[in-house]
Design a protein around this ligand. Structure first.
Ligand code: VGL
Ligand code: ZN
Length: 212
């Protein structure tokens, strides 16, 4: 869809986790994570509706490798709700690492959804925690506002962007990924797998930040 025409009454930009810990120098740095800031600042000026998410964990969160004896970051563990990648400590509530990148313009954000704040459960998706059923409240917010088509950008393509897109489709929203305003962690092929699964459920990859 080169040259995207927005329907401002029903379209919403979802800006995922553009936080210091996911940018170069951060605890869970994503290669070129900070490269999403400039395109996102341009996009937020074009959409009438903008929502952001913020990864927000208590100290000693269950998704942190350091909370599991003998486990290293990027290994997996089986938790009560299923498999979970174990991460370096990151996005601890109130710390510099959890803060948004300082160049990200927050003024257009109408709602900031914090997620991952329960000690025992991680939350990649903007819609559901990693048990796939505890809601964040975002679906109700979007529905009450009549917002039906999501354009997703931010970090990381293969985790929080991916799960948000899959859940968005599952909940009946139209979903497009602005891949040039996303960057990936790419753990053991996770980016290709995320693309494959998103394509399989009809997530739209044809739009890009450069088309606006
Ligand atoms: C994320 C891993 C752990 C993300 C958050 O924002 O993609 N990834 N927490
Ligand atoms: Zn996290």
């Amino acid at each position: 869809m080169p040259q995207v025409t927005l329907n401002q009454a029903r379209d919403v930009l979802l800006v995922v986790d553009v936080q210091n810990d996911f940018c170069p120098g951060g605890a869970l740095q994503v290669a070129e994570g900070d490269a999403v800031v400039a395109p996102i600042n341009r996009l937020t000026g074009l959409f009438a509706n903008v929502v952001a998410t913020q990864d927000w964990h208590p100290p000693g969160h269950h998704s942190f490798a350091a909370s599991h004896a003998g486990k290293q970051p990027f290994e997996s563990a089986v938790l009560s709700y299923g498999d979970q990648v174990l991460w370096p400590d990151h996005c601890v509530a109130g710390t510099h690492g959890a803060a948004f990148h300082s160049d990200l313009n927050l003024d257009p954000m109408q709602l900031i959804v914090r997620k991952g704040f329960r000690h025992d459960i991680d939350s990649y998706s903007a819609f559901f925690e990693n048990d796939r059923k505890t809601p964040t409240g975002l679906a109700g917010y979007l529905r009450e506002r009549g917002l039906e088509r999501l354009f997703i950008c931010g970090l990381a393509t293969d985790f929080c962007v991916f799960y948000s897109a899959m859940d968005g489709k599952r909940l009946g929203f139209e979903v497009a990924i602005l891949e040039d305003a996303c960057r990936a962690i790419d753990l053991d092929g996770s980016l290709d797998e995320a693309r494959r699964q998103m394509g399989g459920v009809g997530v739209d990859f044809s739009a890009a930040a450069a088309h606006f």
